[in-house]
Design a protein around this ligand. Structure first.
Ligand SMILES: Nc1ncnc2c1ncn2[C@@H]1O[C@H](COP(=O)(O)OP(=O)(O)OP(=O)(O)O)[C@@H](O)[C@H]1O
Ligand SMILES: [Mg+2]
Length: 465
């Protein structure tokens, strides 16, 4: 986890031993710890350290825990406080919570498991209220939700749905064409949930052969199959107390779908070759660029699994159906690219926009990003003008409008197909889609026309000039 995402805990105790023992404990759990010897020192450290939670002892020389609590109550947006109390002083502890506004208390000696759960809750609580505020602000002013951009009505509906659904435990199925932002949405759901302090793990179900996905998902014990030299945790275990994204769920083989269903029902996994099961707390997200309902009808996807995964469904619209979002998307992407390539692009030449809005964007936002990346490197600084864009987008060839090309066809392969077969088939359907316009096809494929021509020749399908 990178430092920016790690949660910070401020530990306040007059006893040096206790301070360092607690810091070590929370650091083992992935938090960043800072310490203070009394309430005043804690207050002094607040502005710079910006803790997500404070853990404080009560009895301290100088400013004690109660005084610290009452000072914190006067600070807007102060972090939640967990108070360390003497064993058996339950009444006093509850008073601390109810009357002095502590988040909760922990009895000494500290039981690490209970303490950890509490600390996670405190931090999540903080994040949630922070995020809510920030969201509301952003939403009203600009069409932005986290990293997601869109003021079009279609995207605004999705923002609304995400704000409702993200903080819950509901499984969410995210669908949409390639490059529409399914992964962005999945991360956002995690970030807006009380699990945001926990892990976010993504696994691409299309990238691995069946046997490997199984062990990737569920883990394995040493020696459970050839090549299993050591025991390994699966994605489910790694995502415990966080969120797991099953990317390209449509590619998951049927046999594995039933195993997945069982895990979802029992909320337990068994590593391959293991005797015992492990209890889990994982929020599941799944995404696909295929039509899951159609797959269910065709018998390629289990209906019961589909219903489990899609308690809520988010259908991301293709970019060509929300062209009003293109200016804002372009602006944000260009700013990001300036950072990445040290370019100084200021804006799009207004003359370019109509061309961008006429185009069909089969690769959606990802394609827009790629196109702007190329253009901004070409331009280097100032405006992006039509000469920085591919001719097919701006020239006479750009007609008729791309929208007329119709829905984007897709195809699937199972493991066993060769790279050459896949390449050949992709070229074929792209050409069908572009109605044999090779300039367009080469563009969509991200190769130059000469390469396309050579490949077709190689396959014995040299095109008619
Ligand atoms: N609404 C959006 N706002 C801002 N950026 C977006 C949006 N949608 C997509 N992007 C950007 O587009 C690119 C592709 O997004 P992402 O990887 O989430 O797509 P995807 O739907 O998962 O695609 P695939 O099906 O190919 O996996 C990323 O660079 C992402 O940051
Ligand atoms: Mg994706």
């Amino acid at each position: 986890m990178d430092a920016e995402r790690r949660r910070r805990v401020l530990i306040v105790d007059d006893e040096a031993n206790q301070r360092s023992a607690l810091s070590r404990m929370v650091e083992r759990w992935g938090f960043i710890a800072e310490t203070a010897a009394d309430g005043q020192e804690a207050l002094d450290k607040l502005p710079l350290f910006e803790p997500h939670a404070i853990v404080t002892d009560v009895m301290m020389p100088g400013m004690d825990g109660m005084e610290l609590l009452s000072r914190l109550n006067e600070i807007a947006g102060a972090p939640p406080v967990i108070v360390l109390t003497a064993f058996g002083s339950m009444d006093a502890a509850l008073t601390t919570v109810h009357e002095h506004g502590a988040f909760w208390f922990v009895e000494k000696p500290i039981r690490p498991r209970a303490f950890r759960v509490l600390l996670d809750r405190a931090v999540a609580h903080r994040r949630l209220s922070d995020d809510k505020e920030r969201l509301e602000r952003q939403l009203s002013s600009r069409g932005v939700l986290g990293k997601l951009i869109g003021s079009s009505p279609a995207m605004q509906k999705i923002f609304f749905l995400l704000r409702q659904a993200a903080p819950t435990h509901a499984n969410i199925l995210i669908t949409g064409e390639s490059g529409t932002g399914k992964e962005v949405v999945a991360r956002l759901v995690h970030d807006l949930s009380p699990r945001s302090a926990g892990p976010f793990v993504a696994i691409n179900c299309a990238a691995l052969p069946e046997t490997l996905i199984e062990s990737e998902l569920f883990g394995h014990e040493k020696g459970s199959f050839t090549g299993a030299i050591t025991a390994r945790q699966g994605c489910f275990e790694l995502a415990n107390s966080g969120t797991l994204l099953l990317d390209e769920i449509g590619e998951m083989p049927l046999a594995l779908q039933s195993k997945l269903l069982r895990v979802l029902e029992d909320r337990r996994v068994r590593r391959l070759g293991a005797a015992r099961e492990i209890q889990l707390d994982v929020r599941l997200l799944a995404s696909t660029n295929r039509d899951p309902q159609k797959m269910v009808k065709e018998g390629k996807f289990r209906e019961d699994l589909f219903y489990r995964l899609s308690v809520i469904t988010v259908v991301l619209p293709p970019l060509r159906d929300r062209i009003e979002d293109i200016p804002a998307l372009a602006e944000t992407i260009l700013a990001e690219l300036n950072q990445k390539h040290h370019t100084r692009i200021t804006s799009l030449d207004p003359a370019v926009l109509p061309a961008l809005q006429r185009y069909a964007w089969p690769g959606n936002v990802r394609e827009l990003r790629n196109l702007l990346e190329r253009a901004s490197v070409l331009a280097g600084e100032g405006e992006i003008r039509s000469e920085h864009l591919p001719q097919s987008l701006t020239g006479a060839e750009a007609e008729p409008p791309r929208r007329a090309l119709g829905p984007i066809p897709s195809f699937t392969f199972n493991v066993g197909a060769t790279l050459e077969q896949a390449e050949r088939e992709l070229i074929r359907i792209t050409l069908t889609y572009t109605k044999n316009n090779r300039t367009r096809a080469a563009e969509i494929l991200g190769i130059n026309q000469k390469t396309l021509y050579n490949k077709l020749k190689e396959y014995g399908e040299a095109p008619d000039e």
